[in-house]
Ligand binder design. Sequence first.
Ligand code: AP5
Length: 219
Amino acid sequence: MHIVFIGPPGVGKGTQANMLLEKHPMVKISTGDLLRESIRNQSSLGIKAKGFMEKGELVPDELVLGLVQEKISTPEAGKNTFIFDGFPRNIHQAKELDSILTSLRSKIDLVIDFTMDEEERIIRLTGRRMCPKCQRTYHTIFAKPKDDTLCDVCHILLVQRTDDNEQVIRQRSVVYWEHTKPLLNYYGERKVLANVDASRPIEKVFSEIEKLISSKKKK
Ligand code: AP5
């Protein structure tokens, strides 16, 4: 079973994907995380991607698709449950993903569309803090670490993502409406689309997602 999380920046896709991983044997493929890892490693892909990410623009498809292909085209892929977090981001990426999965005799079974108000998302993202080592995310109000500034697990200083400033967040939202939102029709036509109201507390959103997944498994 393979699941896609779609939604504008700050709706909680990464938070929910990480919670699923803690409870279920799944593999998360977050293109945002993979790209940030490439930047940290100063790989040639990371160097090319950095400028696009800092401006809130999409990284070119050929760079992103190479990363995803490498992650899922393994002999074990058919046995894994993938959660695609923030991928695909446009129709071209969705078609490429379908064709990779078809070659593995697999498909997308469930697409969860996270929705909530833009101003609330900006509060979430401007308060987001992240561990530079394990990538866990926190929030200065909604998901505080035990110590105000340190990661609960690695005990090192939390940082703010360079694209989490209001101007870039708004640009990421514009990019979402223009390039990513059309995917809702694409997956709606394939009858795999479900919606969650992401404005509710983290645990409420999580239990609805778990219900959606288990009802899909029963079908
Ligand atoms: P990416 O890393 O994918 O960022 P995004 O889509 O903008 O999403 P975010 O990570 O900002 O938000 P989220 O929904 O995961 O929220 P989170 O759970 O952290 O992409 C970054 C960039 O990489 C893109 O702009 C682009 O340049 C590039 N890129 C990535 N993929 C690409 C692709 N496929 N093609 C081309 N380019 C690509 O939650 C946010 C905060 O809110 C946290 O602090 C959290 O603690 C808190 N929170 C979460 N849920 C709740 C809740 N229910 N209540 C209260 N607080 C909550």
